[in-house]
Design a protein around this ligand. Structure first.
Ligand SMILES: [Fe+2]
Ligand SMILES: [Fe+2]
Length: 401
């Protein structure tokens, strides 16, 4: 998994307070327990784990699912749609392990990190930290699926385990990147202390498919941009994105195969509504998140909104191959709606920063939340694009004469 995903809800400001910027680089090394928490301070009383994890609605999430239902879905005795030849072929591809020797660091990393200072340094750390959390989230989910499906479907289980290998590698590489900034994410702590969001298997499929594909498009777009504009190549991690994103692409293709094996999740009106909902959720989350962090994208020479729209359009085109309906993101009205959501979100954030008492803040938020909800609904109700290429005729009961 590479991208962040959260259900659409009004958002609060994500304000990382990592380390102390006043302490010179090289004289501090902190273990970060969660994005939006301060590095532990000996002067303050020790907080409980629960207090230290401050989830925000746009923070990358950890997921769990109904593993019993998953076992049913991948039982070849029950589900005759499972194309085991296709899964065997995918397994061989994962076993080849194309990126086994790809993630090797060199001294350029630390040297580059030491040259990044000012506000960009802070935002860079946040990028590494959020990306690491998102990758690690994929690792945890795939590892558990690999473990739980071992008996029912060893081939699918092994693919999940190999995908968790990839995600562990990605998360580890990003965490090593944090060490260049004298920080490290405490992944063991996160595993135990973070809340897990429960999604039924069908929602896990929609969400992870989109997450992998949007991750692919984000990584490859940044890679190509920096290849053409090397003057913005301020940290070597981006040079690894070309091969890295191929992992995400393979992960997405595996979820595509999984969904084809579960045609009930793709071929009815409910599937169309959910497919559009998940597309909207993922796109809006990314857009609002990134518009709060334009300094990062501008720091590497990108226009945040242009970058996001490119990623959204490409992801949507890819997704249209498998989802039964997608949003008409190429209609200019869709972007106009996203931009209005950004404006409303900025006003919401501004309310949070005033000195008003909580009651007044909440009263001020009500019309803004209503406006955001109305934009979301309007975007959801825009005329969708009917899509999907699965040949469902093969799965439908045939008349026998
Ligand atoms: Fe990944
Ligand atoms: Fe992935």
């Amino acid at each position: 998994m590479a991208a962040e995903m959260a259900l659409i809800k009004p958002v609060s400001k994500f304000s990382p307070r990592i380390g102390n910027p006043r302490i010179p680089v090289g004289r501090r090394f902190s273990t970060v327990r969660m994005s939006s928490t301060a590095a532990p301070s000996p002067a303050k009383p020790k907080k409980s784990q629960k207090q230290e994890i401050q989830e925000t609605l746009l923070t990358p999430r950890f997921y769990t699912t109904d593993f019993d239902e998953m076992e049913q879905l991948f039982n070849t005795q029950i589900n005759k749609n499972l194309n085991m030849d296709e899964f065997e072929a995918l397994l061989q591809e994962f076993k080849t392990d194309f990126n086994q020797t790809h993630f090797v660091r060199n001294k350029e990393f630390k040297e580059a990190a030491d040259k990044i200072d000012g506000p960009l340094r802070q935002i860079f750390v946040e990028f590494l930290e959020r990306s690491c959390t998102a990758e690690f989230s994929g690792f945890l989910l795939y590892k558990e699926l690999g473990r739980r499906l071992k008996k029912t479907n060893p081939v699918v289980a092994e693919i999940f385990s190999l995908m968790s290998r990839d995600e562990a590698r990605h998360a580890g590489f990003l965490n090593k990147g944090l060490s260049d900034f004298n920080l490290a994410l405490d992944l063991g702590f996160l595993t135990k202390a973070r809340k897990y969001t429960f999604f039924k298997p069908k929602f896990i499929f929609y969400a992870t498919y989109l997450s992998e594909k949007i991750g692919y498009w984000r990584y490859i777009t940044i890679y190509r941009h920096l290849k053409e504009n090397p003057e913005y190549q301020c940290y070597p991690i981006f040079k690894y994105f070309e091969n890295w994103c191929q992992d995400e692409n393979r992960h997405g293709d595996f979820f595509s195969a999984l969904m084809k094996a579960q045609p009930q999740f793709l071929n009815d009106w409910k599937a169309k509504l959910w497919a559009r909902f998940f597309c909207l959720s993922v796109y809006v989350t990314m857009y609002l998140n990134d518009c709060q962090r334009t300094a990062f994208y501008e720091g590497i020479g990108l226009d945040t909104k242009e970058f996001d729209m490119h990623v959204i359009i490409e992801t949507n085109r890819t997704t249209a191959r498998i989802f039964p309906a997608v949003l008409d993101v190429e209609n200019p009205e869709f972007k106009r709606k996203l931009d209005r959501m950004v404006e409303i979100n900025e006003k919401l954030l501004a309310v949070g920063e005033t000195d008003d008492i909580p009651l007044v803040k909440n009263l001020k938020r009500i019309p803004l939340i209503a406006a955001l909800a109305s934009e979301l609904l309007a975007a959801y109700l825009m005329k969708p694009i009917e899509s999907g290429s699965v040949d469902f005729a093969d799965f439908e009961p045939q008349l026998v004469y």
